[in-house]
Design a protein around this ligand. Structure first.
Ligand code: NAG
Ligand code: NAG
Ligand code: NAG
Ligand code: NAG
Ligand code: NAG
Ligand code: NAG
Ligand code: NAG
Ligand code: NAG
Length: 745
């Protein structure tokens, strides 16, 4: 073994001496990591590493340098590698016949208990315990804090026999157990400065939260400092957890690490994969999550991903590949309310999570505008309590009224304030944990607090500890990213929604509950929000369905969840754009009646229709070497895929369009059934289902039908939504049909 080629040796050389001794020329700094994706593995157990080297050598022209510049070879579940390249070298590689895509390594971001009862899954719901305990949920996330009671392995037998994963020990992580059966970390780019504990430990809390939401053991009396007390549990509490740490506190989650985690997770034998991470949508085969999920799908593993937190704006949805289950966030029937009481007895109910019980009856109250530091040199807005604008003398010991945003508690805490009442420009649905006693009140109401301050000699107030209130639900969380997507304009995304607002679940003791280092509160539970929290709910629901139907394909499981979801129609014009089919209903999804399955051949047809090159399709699918797309015979219709929803988009200015959707359903109920189509559609949308009756006499029987949609949109209308329902009086198999007209070019 050549010492100079040992990666560890290289790391030491660079970090201790900063002398790039082994790098020739001056181009080291311009070299950037690129991922060279090569599709399916060659098969027959052929090692791919030498092939990677030969490609690199050909592109770079120097044998030794080629070895040095390669960062990692993928080769367990798909073929590819990552190397430090110059743009022209990347270009050269992308022209190689064996290469599908070459793309720059970019960074992605995290999309930051009662919820299971709320979804109609009580603790007594019917379960296949034996099969469920053999299900392994793989999560790509920030790691795991295994010492939470949610990860206790009391009563769990050894890992399922097919498990091939490992447990990497390290700083603050002493090992796995029979609940958390696998844990690894990925930090391939060792040129990055050291980024926290090199171990699967969770220093953020996010991965601990998502893991316990999916498959945590039940914990009685869980709460955040007494708030939201109840039993915390995962959706499939008997299942096992495998954590793949790919996100680091200071550097996010890189494409190359995400791909390495997929490469391992698929080979390790996980049953479902949960990814609460996102980034800008790119062509499928330049997007690490789409690539990883594709190869997972080929092995029968469904990947569930968060839709993003950029709502309520349209066209913000991420992770849109059709083989991914894309999950939006809903709110449950519980709101966190924090009341501020004024000296005159008036009460103002706001939204926040305030863990502090007041120590005094009343505190002096002041507004930011009146607490201004007149000798200050800041240009900020004192009424909004901007950093640097307030006088410490006036704030100390007082509750401060601030206009505008919900995050001034940090500033007020620094100045020694006793609390903060924040007046929000818009009504909010999301409760943030405050660093000091705090609440957020809608400004139209809160201005009376300002009036009280202005008209009272010694204004006073007190902020109570947060309590919970029951509210109508479900509803779509304001932050949840909306469709339509622009990559495949005929596939509706997100697919589905699940609770993601104010979710109580396990947390890491290495992170404070607000994430601020100047907070001193640590807890093994925390309440946080995001489509990140919705995703593991849907992952668990998929695992639950799989425990009843271990042989179902990822598409069949996804179809079952989608066609049985509860439509989100409460005051939402963009219900389908935000939630697809609606909110998951796992108990119903175990018995969907019919499923819309998608075979590999169907995905190939779809990729052809979308214009992907036949040579690349051959590489990706591991099928025919040069796949000939023009040899595809079947009519593909508008979307070309047997998707459980139907979607089409009109361009700006166009008012009419026709669309045809070809569909095939598989009977997964017992005995014979007659299904009748029922369509609910608004004015402007004419829908015909041909045929409108389907007769099944045996399990797995398939029948095809087509849906012909004619749109005539009125001026000013942007969205028309309809519903197709197949009903045999025992099952209702629902598919939303959504037409969207864009308002931009
Ligand atoms: C984490 O590890 C560090 C160093 O090994 C140790 O000082 C610290 O106490 C550990 N933290 C916890 C919460 O166990
Ligand atoms: C007011 O601002 C000045 C300049 O930033 C600062 O030096 C001073 O300490 C502030 N006064 C108070 C009472 O916070
Ligand atoms: C200060 O911020 C508030 C809240 O955003 C805003 O209403 C107000 O107009 C701002 N004042 C100035 C002087 O910019
Ligand atoms: C209270 O007084 C401040 C400072 O004079 C002023 O900016 C604000 O508009 C007043 N608020 C109300 C509700 O009258
Ligand atoms: C795919 O693209 C390559 C390079 O552009 C071309 O040589 C090849 O013929 C294409 N393959 C098919 C099947 O279209
Ligand atoms: C692809 O298929 C079409 C239709 O079957 C045929 O005409 C064409 O020659 C084929 N192309 C290649 C490169 O084999
Ligand atoms: C939209 O309208 C333009 C101009 O009238 C027309 O050329 C185009 O074919 C229409 N497209 C669709 C999809 O209807
Ligand atoms: C469809 O089936 C459900 C049972 O799942 C039944 O309750 C409902 O009334 C049926 N709807 C129609 C329109 O037939």
């Amino acid at each position: 073994m050549n010492m100079l080629l040992n990666p560890l040796f290289l790391l030491l050389v660079f970090s201790l001496h900063h002398v790039p001794m082994l790098i020739q020329g001056t181009d080291h700094d311009e070299r950037k990591p690129y991922i060279v994706y090569m599709g399916e593995l060659p098969g027959n157990g052929v090692s791919v590493v030498e092939g990677h080297h030969n490609l690199l050598f050909a592109a770079i022209g120097d044998d030794e340098l080629a070895r040095e510049l390669k960062i990692h070879s993928y080769g367990k579940s798909f073929n590819g590698f990552v190397a430090r390249l110059l743009p022209h070298e990347a270009q050269r590689l992308s022209a190689e016949e064996s290469v599908v895509t070459v793309f720059k390594n970019t960074r992605r971001e995290l999309h930051t208990t009662r919820s299971w009862d709320f979804l109609g899954m009580s603790r007594r719901v019917k379960r296949n315990f034996n099969i469920e305990s053999n299900i392994i949920v793989g999560l790509l996330d920030t790691g795991i804090w295994i010492d939470c009671p949610s990860f206790s392995d009391k009563g769990y037998g050894p890992a399922p026999a097919n498990w091939r994963g490992k447990c990497t020990k390290g700083a603050n992580f002493t090992g796995c157990n029979n609940k958390v059966i696998g844990a690894k970390y990925f930090n391939l780019d060792n040129s990055d400065p050291v980024i926290g504990n090199p171990s699967p430990v969770d220093e953020d809390g996010h991965g601990t939260h998502t893991s316990s939401t999916a498959a945590g053991s039940p914990v009685k009396g869980a709460s955040l400092f007494g708030i939201a007390k109840g039993t915390a549990r995962g959706g499939v509490p008997s299942a096992r957890i495998a954590m793949y740490k790919v996100c680091w506190t200071n550097s996010g989650c890189t494409d190359m690490d995400l791909l390495a985690a997929f490469d391992d997770a698929i080979a390790d034998g996980v049953d479902v994969i949960s990814v609460s991470i996102g980034g800008p949508s790119r062509n499928f085969f330049e997007d690490p999550i789409a690539i990883g999920a594709f190869h997972a799908m080929k092995k029968g593993i469904l990947t569930s991903c968060s839709a993003g937190n950029d709502g309520p704006y349209t066209s913000t949805v991420e992770n849109v590949a059709p083989w991914i289950m894309t999950v939006g966030a809903t709110g449950i029937d519980r709101e966190f309310r924090t009341v501020a009481t004024l000296g005159n007895g008036e009460e103002f109910s706001g939204i926040s999570i305030n863990t502090f019980a007041p120590k005094k009856k009343m505190y002096p109250l002041i507004s930011g505008g009146l607490a201004v530091n007149s000798s200050g040199d800041s240009y900020g807005n004192a009424s909004a309590c901007d950093y640097g604008t307030l006088s410490g003398d006036k704030v100390k010991g007082r509750i401060v009224y601030c206009l505008g945003s919900s995050d001034q508690d940090y500033t007020i805490k620094e100045l020694g304030g006793a609390g903060t009442i924040m007046a929000l420009d818009e009504k909010t649905d999301i409760a943030y944990t405050t660093l000091i006693p705090g609440t957020s009140v809608y400004v139209n109401v809160a201005k009376n607090i300002d009036l009280y301050i202005n008209s009272t000699k010694n204004p006073q107030a007190v902020i109570q500890k947060t309590t919970t209130a029951k509210i109508p639900a479900p509803f779509i969380a304001s932050f949840s990213s909306r469709g339509p997507q622009m990559l495949n304009r005929n596939i509706l995304k997100p697919d589905i929604a699940a609770p993601g607002l104010d979710i109580l679940a396990a947390y890491s003791k290495l992170a404070t509950i607000t994430g601020y280092p100047n907070d001193k509160r640590y807890d093994v539970f925390n309440i946080i929000s995001g489509t990140s929290m919705a995703c593991p709910h849907a992952t668990a629901a998929a695992a639950y369905v799989k425990s009843f139907h271990p042989d179902w394909s990822p598409a069949a499981i996804k179809s079952a969840l989608m066609t049985t979801a509860t439509p989100m129609k409460i005051n939402e014009v963009d219900a389908e754009l935000a939630s697809g089919s609606g909110q998951i209903n796992p108990a119903r999804a175990a018995h969907p009646g019919l499923v819309y399955d998608i075979s590999m051949a169907a995905y190939i047809r779809f990729l052809c229709k979308e214009g992907y090159n036949g040579t690349d399709i051959g590489l990706i699918t591991g099928g025919k070497k040069n796949f000939n797309c023009s040899s595809i015979r079947r009519a593909l219709g508008t979307d070309g895929l047997n998707y459980p929803t139907m979607h089409t988009q009109l361009l700006i200015g166009n008012s009419s369009i026709s669309a045809v959707f070809h569909r095939t359903v598989t009977h997964v109920g017992y005995g014979s059934s007659v299904y009748k189509a029922k369509v609910t559609s608004p004015k402007g949308l004419s829908i015909e289902v041909i045929p409108d009756t389907l007769q099944f006499s045996q399990l797995h029987e398939k029948h095809s039908f087509k849906v012909v949609v004619k749109v005539n949109m009125q001026e000013g209308t942007q969205i028309l939504s309809a519903l197709l329902e197949w009903n045999d009086s025992k099952h209702s198999v629902r598919s939303p049909i959504l037409v969207f007209r864009s308002t931009e070019e």
